[in-house]
Design a protein around this ligand. Structure first.
Ligand SMILES: C[S@@+](CC[C@H](N)C(=O)[O-])C[C@H]1O[C@@H](n2cnc3c(N)ncnc32)[C@H](O)[C@@H]1O
Length: 229
């Protein structure tokens, strides 16, 4: 499904605000020199084509500083990873890390993840989508900005392969409850947890998780499997 209705559904409030953020010289250089090497080709409508060698494809949405993305890609060399982030200093940081670690199973898209999934991923082609510590948008009037919404979940479900997984984590209990509700209502996923799971071995602690933990926030991991259509 990639018609105008789908475009309309997602022409909407975004889940991020572009923060200017300070960029170091090294991050700036990485963006200009390494983004052309590691980016998902902007015109492609199939993320798999970003890789020379085909492997099961994992997408991480909102990778932040990218430390978790680089760690996962190094630890799961049998998979390809597409990281999506709009915050450019974080992109610069991860590019440096990909280069220094010699990782060739990662590509990066600097674009709204909703647009990437909508325009650049084919139905049934993703093995897994990982979203770690998405912005919780705690105020009620901002709940519409939360990335986990019905239309978004329908899009994720469509792009996942049968049995594909969606892994979420948050340190904001009301958002964890919201995620449970949205996922139950979506009808596209079954919950693998009860309702939460322990942090699985493939997920390292992230930057935002450590920040939350310092404030005493509990951590919630949610793992779902796409129900066969
Ligand atoms: C709270 S941070 C978490 C970063 C990282 N996952 C971590 O745990 O440290 C959320 C990140 O998601 C990014 N983000 C939010 N909505 C996005 C979207 N629609 N597309 C791409 N990135 C998005 C933001 O720019 C931000 O860097």
């Amino acid at each position: 499904m990639r018609d105008d209705t789908e475009k309309d559904q997602h022409r909407r409030v975004r889940s991020f605000v572009r923060r200017p953020g300070r960029m170091t010289r090294a991050q700036e250089r990485a963006l200009s020199e390494l983004l052309p090497v590691f980016r998902v080709p902007p015109q492609t409508d199939d993320l798999r084509l970003a890789f020379d060698r085909q492997r099961p494809l994992v997408v991480e949405i909102g990778f932040g500083n990218g430390d978790a993305l680089a760690w996962m890609a190094a630890n799961e060399p049998e998979r390809n990873f597409v990281g999506i982030e709009v915050h450019e200093p974080g992109v610069g940081r991860v590019l440096k890390s990909l280069k220094s670690r010699g990782l060739e199973n990662v590509r990066v898209a600097v674009r709204d993840a909703v647009e990437v999934l909508r325009d650049q991923a084919r139905p049934g082609t993703l093995e897994e989508v990982r979203i770690y510590f998405p912005d919780p948008w705690p105020k009620k009037r901002h709940h519409k900005r939360r990335i986990v919404q019905e239309a978004f979940l329908a899009l994720v479900a469509d792009r996942l392969c049968p049995g594909g997984r969606l892994h979420l984590a948050t340190d904001w209990q009301p958002y964890a409850e919201w995620m449970l509700e949205q996922l139950a209502a979506s009808g596209h996923f079954e919950n693998v947890g009860k309702p939460f799971v322990e942090r699985p071995p493939w997920r390292p602690q992230t930057h935002f998780e450590r920040r939350g933990a310092r404030k005493g926030h509990p951590i919630f991991d949610l793992l779902y499997r796409r129900i066969q259509a």
